[in-house]
Design a protein around this ligand. Structure first.
Ligand code: URA
Length: 245
């Protein structure tokens, strides 16, 4: 990682304070004065400030139950970032591993470990994300099998050159619907996908002539949102971190 980032990660300093410190010549990498903030360093390097060797703090991993009208980037003019919900040090040094739209709720993973979030996000890693989807139009009983097959084969999204990767569509049967406001026959489904194109779920249903009216992510890989309440967050356990390592 970059030297200034390493310094931030292993001290209380902000990025600009780290840069200032570097300019002042007080930082040494393997005994040599280092002034270049962008210099690439790794764990085997000895990095010292004023002769005191730094050790990188452990990476941080959290899950959050995102509420509507919050966003998954650091800044926005309209809605607060989900990072505001995390009551942790330097929350804005973290990033979101797989964004949700402002009007989508559910499971969001947050970390400062870029390799780990790549494992969550990259379609090549085949990490499944399951969404509960409420649709404007109920799926006609005689179209269900065909639609499930269509999602399995891949959907042609507008403006994309290739089909979506195979997706698993399950219709939530009426008996499983808990009195939600969109309660209409076959209008609640579960969709599992392994990629995260822009507005992907909404565009997949638009492509088959339907419309998503509400969207909630309940699972990433083996990790379930479970009973974490809306707006709440918690640290991941070591076992949960290992699911994506
Ligand atoms: N697909 C969408 O359309 N929106 C999301 O927030 C997530 C997946």
């Amino acid at each position: 990682m970059r030297l200034d980032k390493f310094i931030c990660k292993s001290t209380e300093l902000t990025r600009s304070e780290a840069k200032k410190l570097l300019k002042s010549g007080e930082v040494r990498v393997n005994g040599e004065v280092a002034k270049n903030s962008a210099m690439q360093v790794h764990e085997n390097n000895s990095i010292a400030i004023d002769g005191k060797i730094l050790t990188a703090r452990r990476s941080r991993y959290y899950m959050l139950h995102k509420i509507v009208d919050s966003i998954c980037s650091n800044v926005d003019e309209v809605y607060p970032s989900v990072l505001n919900f995390l009551d942790v040090d330097k929350a804005f040094d973290l990033h979101i591993a797989g964004r949700l739209d402002a009007d989508t709720t559910g499971l969001v993973l947050i970390t400062d470990d870029g390799r780990w979030s790549h494992n969550v996000i990259s379609p090549k890693k085949d990490c499944q994300k399951t969404y509960r989807v409420w649709l404007k139009n109920g799926i006609a009983a005689d179209k269900t099998v065909e639609l499930i097959e269509q999602f399995k084969q891949g959907i042609q999204l507008q403006g994309e050159s290739s089909l979506t990767r195979p997706a698993v569509l399950k219709i939530v049967t009426a008996s499983n619907i808990n009195n939600n406001v969109f309660n209409k026959a076959n209008s609640e489904v579960l969709l599992t996908i392994t990629e995260g194109k822009y507005h992907q779920v909404k565009r997949m249903f638009a492509a088959v002539g339907n419309k998503v009216v509400a969207l909630h992510r309940e699972q990433i890989g083996e990790l379930l949102l479970g009973d974490l309440l809306a707006g709440q967050w918690r640290q991941l356990t070591d076992d949960e971190v290992a699911m994506f390592s």
